[in-house]
Design a protein around this ligand. Structure first.
Ligand code: MAN
Ligand code: CA
Length: 223
């Protein structure tokens, strides 16, 4: 049986998966009563959330610690208050994504969010920064993701390392988990390092070149 926190995580994950591809965001209807518009029961979103007024800052605001989902024993699906919190998070997160995209802090490609810290470092340092931020190195798995990453490469006008390395078989590249690439965008005549260029950089046209791992390249992470 799922633990209660598993229910919560499942519900949040389901919500976020449907929320966070930015192009879908504008089409997502606001749940009734949010924000500031009364729903059928006449309550506005914040009032419906908890029946309390919203304190400054945190949009989860009035949720009390002793009522946090993982401290209770009821599945999310049966907890209408928590359900409302999650439903309200969805447009809220979409709006935040909109703000970040507007300010060119993130690029959204499919399910992923890409961002750079603007720093140029070697492959290992770039990967470490991404992981410390809770992500990994940008790893394009299809044309849409490749284009989103290219947008950041163009924005900074700097080549970037991608989340690939050469496998033990020279000339064959793999994801960081060891799985062979199933989408590639090699520049003409690449990869050509034959075992001497174990990392991969993205050029400003979005194409890829195998490259030594100790260069300074723009850090781009995915989340
Ligand atoms: C340099 C390196 C190589 C790349 C060639 C392309 O030698 O960046 O990785 O393949 O240029 O001409
Ligand atoms: Ca090369």
């Amino acid at each position: 049986m799922l633990s209660y926190s598993s229910y919560t995580l499942t519900a949040v994950a389901a919500l976020l998966v449907t929320c966070c591809a930015l192009p879908e965001c504008p089409g997502i209807p606001e749940p009734p009563g949010t924000p500031g518009l009364p729903g059928k029961d006449g309550l506005k979103g914040q009032e419906r959330l908890t029946g309390l007024t919203r304190p400054s800052g945190n949009f989860l605001g009035p949720l009390r610690r002793d009522r946090l989902p993982w401290s209770q024993g009821v599945p999310v699906s049966l907890d209408s208050e928590l359900h409302n919190v999650l439903v309200n998070l969805k447009p809220r997160l979409c709006r935040l994504e909109g703000v970040l995209a507007l300010n060119e802090k993130i690029k959204v490609g499919g399910e992923k969010i890409f961002a750079s810290n603007g720093k140029e470092v070697d492959f290992a340092s770039a990967l470490k920064s991404c992981e410390e931020a809770g992500g990994t190195l940008a790893t394009p798995m299809n044309e849409e993701e490749n284009k989103a990453i290219m947008g950041i490469v163009k924005q900074y006008n700097r080549y970037a390392y991608l989340g690939f390395t050469e496998s033990r078989v020279s000339g064959q590249f793999q994801y960081l988990n060891g799985v062979p690439l199933n989408y590639t965008k090699w520049h003409n005549y690449e990869p050509n390092g034959k075992g001497t260029e174990k990392c991969v950089e993205m050029y400003t046209d979005g194409s890829w070149n195998d490259k030594k791992c100790n260069m300074r390249r723009l850090t781009i992470c995915e989340f």
